[in-house]
Design a protein around this ligand. Sequence first.
Ligand code: DAH
Length: 373
Amino acid sequence: MAYTVSKLTDYSSNALLKAFGEAKLAFREELRGASSPAGWKAVRDRWMARKNGILTQINDRLMAAPKEAKREIGQYLNDLKQFVEKEIETWQEHEEGSVGKLAPLFQSVDITLPGIRRPIGAEHPVIKTTNEMVRVFQKLGYSVADGPVVETDYYNFEALNFPPNHPARDTQDTLFIAGQQGKAQRERLLLRTHTSPVQIRTMETMRPPIRILIPGTVHRNDPPDASHSPMFHQIEGLAVDTNITFGDLKGTLDHAMKEFFGSSVKTSFRPSFFPFTEPSAEMFVSCFICGGSGRRGAEPCRPCKQTGWIEILGCGMVDPNVFQFVKDNGYDPKKVSGFAFGMGADRIALLKYGVDDLQLFFQGDVRFLGQWA
Ligand code: DAH
C-alpha cells in the first residue's frame, strides 16, 4: 500500500525515530519498485513536489507538533530530505549515464536472465604438444628446466663448442642485440637460436646425474613462411650420468616416440654433425600419417615427401669439450658421459594436427585456435 503521512500523537524520541524510519523505508521501496524513467519521476514528484509532496506534508505536520519536539522533528526531517534528494540524484545520474540503460540501479537482479559466460581459453597447439612431450619424459624421470631467451654469446655458442668465428655458427641465423660491440665477445647479447644453452646453465647449477627437458622459445633470422618463423619453439633434452651410451640415447628416444606418436612408429638414426655432440645423429620416425608406405591410397604422402620417414630431432653424445666448460661442477669428461637431443615443437605440432601453414600458430586468430578448445 502506498505510503501516507500518519498523524503523530506520540512525540517521544522513540516514536519519531520509528516514524521517520518508516518514511525512509517506504521511499526506498517505492524507488526500487519503479523500473522506468517515468516511474522514478512519479516517485520523485510524489515525495518532493513543493505542493503537497510527502516531504511538504511532513513539514506541515511539524507546525502541529508541541514546541519541545520541534527541534528533534526538524533534524529528522532534514535527514529524510537529504536522503530522498541524494537517492533521486544518484538514480538520475545513473539513468542518464550509459550504464543506466543496461542496468537500472535499483532494479533487482533478474535471475531468469542467462548468466555472463566467461569463455575459458584453449591450450595453444604448440604448448599442448610441448606439454605432451614433457609428460612423456617426466614419466622417465626427467625434470623441466628453463633459461633466458636473451642469451650471451658464451652460452649460446662458445660453451657449446662453437668457437668464435667457427663456420658452424653460420647455420644458426642469429639475431644479435644492438650496441654490444663494446663488450667482450662472450658477453655480447643475442636472442638464443636454440634451447641448448640451457644445457650449460643447468650443468652449472646441478651436479650429475641429471635428466632434464628444456622447452622454450628461440629466434632466428628466418623470414616467415609456411614452415619458417623468426620465433619458434624447441624442446631440448639432456641426460648425464656415469656410463651413458649411445644405446641409452636410442632406447630412450625410441621409447619416447612410441609413447608420443603411437606404439607402431619406428625410429631411424642417421649420422649428422652438431658442435656440441660427438657422434651426432638425426632421428627420423616412420611416417605416422601414411604408416611408412609413402602413399595415401592413390595419392603421394606429402608430409614425409613419399619417403615414409619424418625427421624429428637432432641428437648425439655430449661432446667432451662441452663438459670441459662445467668440469668443476662434477662433469669430468673422463668420469661422466651423456646424451642430448633437440626438436622443433612447432614442426611436430604441424605434423600432428595436419596444419599446413606455420603462420597460423602465431597470428592469434581465435577461429583457428578455438579448434583446440
Ligand atoms: N640445437 C640444435 C639446433 O637447434 C638441435 C640439437 C641437436 C640439440 C643435437 C641437441 C642435440 O641437444 O644434441 O639445431
